[in-house]
Structures are given as structure tokens and as C-alpha cells.
Design a protein around this ligand. Structure first.
Ligand code: THU
Length: 132
């Protein structure tokens, strides 16, 4: 499936406006496309009990699973306080993405210069833990 990276970034930017991040002030949006072509999105949702906060990628993945999606073809994430900054997925979210990834799953990010960058999830999390 060919992925319109600009469209996925636009969806991530749109959902970022709903991020709930009163503690960090760092607002994140994530949007993914699944194996059916459906798009699922999520934003970070923080909590006064800090460890209970959830990342944008985790919530987008939860939306995909709830909708019946099985595989992440590509996932875009955008984050920042005021302006968008480069926002690579945290380690935990790399593992979450891998759970539903294929070897060609792409992670799409905004680079420091504002350009769109694309990585293979295997390059962001090599030697992934897998339970067999
Ligand atoms: N955050 C995400 O939503 N995704 C990431 O991959 C990195 C961090 C959120 C968690 C927290 O609400 C805020 O960004 C600052 O860490």
C-alpha cells in the first residue's frame, strides 16, 4: 500500500490540537494507517498521577485495535510545546508499534528543519523483544 505521508502528518497535526498535556506542556498527535487503509489517530493524555499518562502513539494504536485493524502500515507523530519539534517515539511506543508492525512499517516524523522524515520501525527498534 502506498502511503500519503503528507496526509498522515496532517491527520497527526489535527489530532494534536486535542492533546491533554497540562503537566509537560508537550502536545503530541499520532495518526496511523492500517492494512485496510483506515486511519486511526490519538493524542497524549496526561494525568496528575504522572505514570498514568498515555502517549499519543499508544492511543492511536488502541483506536486501531478497537476498530478491528490488525497491522500498522505507517504511523506519523508530531509533537511540541508551541512550534512542532522533531518527536521520535519513546522506547515504549517503539515496542508498541512493533507489536503490530511488518518489516516495512514506516514511522513518519517531522525533522528539525520541518521536513518530513520516514524510518523503518526496525531501524528505530532493532532486535525487538518478541514472545514466542
Ligand atoms: N509523548 C508522546 O505522546 N509520545 C512519545 O513518543 C513521546 C512522549 C508524550 C508523553 C507526555 O505526555 C509528553 O509527551 C512529554 O513526555
Amino acid at each position: 500500500m502506498s502511503v500519503d505521508e503528507n496526509m498522515l502528518v496532517a491527520a497527526a497535526k489535527a489530532v494534536r490540537h486535542h492533546a491533554y498535556a497540562p503537566y509537560s506542556g508537550f502536545f503530541v498527535g499520532a495518526a496511523l494507517i492500517d492494512e485496510t487503509g483506515a486511519i486511526h489517530s490519538g493524542c497524549n493524555v496526561e494525568n496528575a498521577a504522572f505514570p498514568q499518562g498515555a502517549c499519543a502513539e499508544a492511543n492511536a494504536i488502541g483506536a486501531m485495535v478497537a476498530a478491528g485493524g490488525k497491522k500498522i502500515v505507517a504511523i506519523a507523530a508530531v509533537g511540541g510545546a508551541d512550534d512542532l519539534e522533531a518527536c521520535t517515539p519513546c522506547g515504549g511506543c517503539r515496542q508498541r508499534i512493533q507489536e503490530f508492525a511488518s518489516e516495512d512499517t514506516r514511522v513518519i516524523l517531522i525533522g528539525d528543519d520541518g521536513s518530513i522524515e520516514s524510518y523503518l520501525i526496525d531501524d528505530l527498534l532493532p532486535a525487538t523483544f518478541r514472545l514466542r
